[in-house]
Write a protein that binds this ligand. Structure first.
Ligand code: PLP
Length: 284
């Protein structure tokens, strides 16, 4: 596999980063994951805008223009012959040459890494037929979850807790209300209304979330952006998640209780179809 590191394309085993890199020592870095379908990037613009925001919030320099980043994404898709899959991009505050809590000077070069992950047939995951099972766990992450940092230990623990419980993912709970999944935004459907937590510092502003809510409103579906509880989720007619790599995925069980009929519901299926159709049309 060919990867990109600081301006150069190289075989993955030649790509080396310093032990003093702040991404390695302090999780001082941000990332994006962009999906590729039929060799084209889904919502590249949305990811580029959120990347800029994450960098701004952490006072990190933007290492290159949006156009240059797009070119690197496209070149990696080409070099690695990706039809369906993902592109991972990570920017860290680089290597200050020593370990120090304070940020290094602004002219310290950031470390920029991109690589691809092939996922043949990713739009036809068998999970769409069965739906996902989730458990609830306390949300013990830091308070700026709107910044997409590489600090992913708690979400990893959450995935392991889900696995140990025989579930597919964990939805995190704060002050009795669900924030989001370990790597996705969370939704319930009650009657004709789609409910999902409003944007703030407590969740990631999902790029797929923004698109799906826009399509839902365009299709005259009613959307409420507010927090909801585990009990509400268990009593809902349907539930689902969204993320760049899962698109829209039904959730059929919460803490062992069936949601609705216990099978994937029509709202999630319709939103998934609209999302995939529309995103493919605007993919670049
Ligand atoms: N919430 C969290 C915590 C995530 O890590 C992710 C994606 O990785 C999402 C939500 C979904 O965001 P997006 O739709 O931009 O992939």
């Amino acid at each position: 596999r060919t990867v990109y590191l600081n301006g150069e394309y190289m075989p993955e085993d030649e790509a080396k980063v310093s032990v003093f890199d702040r991404g390695f020592l302090m999780a001082d870095g941000v990332y994006e994951v962009t999906s590729v379908l039929d060799g084209k990037l889904i919502d590249f613009d949305g990811h580029a805008v959120r990347l800029q925001r994450s960098l701004d919030e952490l006072e990190m320099r933007h290492p290159s223009s949006k156009e240059d980043l797009l070119e690197v994404h496209r070149e990696l898709v080409r070099l690695n012959e990706i039809t369906d899959g993902m592109i991972y991009l990570q920017i860290t505050r680089g290597n200050p040459g020593d370990r120090d809590f304070a940020y290094p000077p602004q002219d310290t070069a950031p470390t920029v890494v991109l690589f691809t992950q092939a996922k043949p047939g990713m739009a036809d995951s068998p999970l769409t037929k069965t739906g996902m099972k989730v458990i609830s766990i306390p949300d013990q992450r830091w308070g700026r979850r709107d910044i997409k940092t590489v600090q992913l230990l708690y979400p990893s623990m959450g995935k392991m807790m889900a696995k140990a419980a025989g579930a597919d993912d964990a939805w995190m709970v704060e002050d009795d209300h669900i924030t989001e999944g370990t790597s996705n935004n969370a939704y319930i459907v009650k009657g004709n209304t789609i409910v999902t937590r409003q944007l703030g510092h407590d969740i990631l502003h999902g790029i797929t979330r923004a698109a799906v809510l826009r399509f839902a409103r365009e299709a005259q579906m009613s959307v409420e952006e507010r927090p909801f509880t585990v009990a509400e989720a268990q009593a809902a007619d349907e539930a689902f998640i969204t993320s760049a790599s899962m698109f829209v995925m039904p959730v059929v069980e919460m803490d062992g209780a069936a949601i609705g009929s216990g099978a994937p519901g029509p709202v999630a299926a319709r939103l998934r179809e609209i999302y995939l159709d529309e995103s493919r049309k605007t993919a670049i």
